[in-house]
Design a protein around this ligand. Sequence first.
Ligand SMILES: [Zn+2]
Length: 322
Amino acid sequence: MSENKKLLVVIDPGHTGNTYNAGAVKGYYESKAVYDLSLYEKTALEKRGIDVILTRERNQDPGLYERGQMAVKKGNGYANVLFESNHTDAFNGKVCGVTVVRSAHLPGSEKLAEKMIDAIVKVMKPSTGITYNRGVVTKTQSNGADWYGVIRGAVSGAASQGQAKNGPVRYDYIVEHGFHDNPKECLFLSKQENLKAIAEAKAAAIAEYFGIGNKSQPANQSGQSSQNNRNNNSHQTNQNTSTDSMTLNKKTAYLVRVSVDDLNIRQAPTIHSKAVGFTGKGVFTITEEATGIVNAAGEKSQWGKLKSGQGWICLDYAEKVA
Ligand SMILES: [Zn+2]
């Protein structure tokens, strides 16, 4: 197979136009920043011999499901298809960090998502001082299909892994590159050279993951030498980022006691995942552990998967039974 049939990347710049979703810094708009970022990313990937399609022109506004479907329609003949919708996030002006939402039905897609987050954090953190890995999450509707239309579109509405397998897309993400209502992250994102640096880092991470191009010296090909030097300098100080933030699911088996009535069971190990009920008081078997977000500030702690298969509980509210 030729190198350029190995991978198709379909990049969806979120929203439309140049003035949608103002940020904390005057003149910043999410729609403009993510479009510019997507163009830089397309260039950086194409330079590595990877085929790239954007879902829209700057002022076009296709429907969300339709954007995802473009990856399905264009993806036949490729060994791998990666769909990503590029965004910057907003919450309360204080929260920060990088999140990837992935389709719940593509089981092999978590590792690359973590790799992409780490690449973005490594570029942003030296300047912002605060950017960190908020984790890879999934969110689904009650029928099991993915919550977000753009993600749902790229797997044609699949509600199971079996259904998702029928389509060409193996990696299906929304990438939130920090928070535009956070002044520090917005200031960083409001500079074109920083968007370029993020794009370059993401492209390098994607190429490396798929074993495309020259892995040993991707930075030397870019022509962004001052930018790359800065990124390279930042690697040493940020080496702990990836291990700090790694979400490793660990199989286990032990009992915990829950002493409150209102402990939520969630579909995934993060408070951003849908709550599907309460445990009630009692003793429960935990079969798997994972690290995930436990509060609105984005702090992480341990979650445990219930043996019943109903979902995950935050272990901060459960006591291990000896
Ligand atoms: Zn957005």
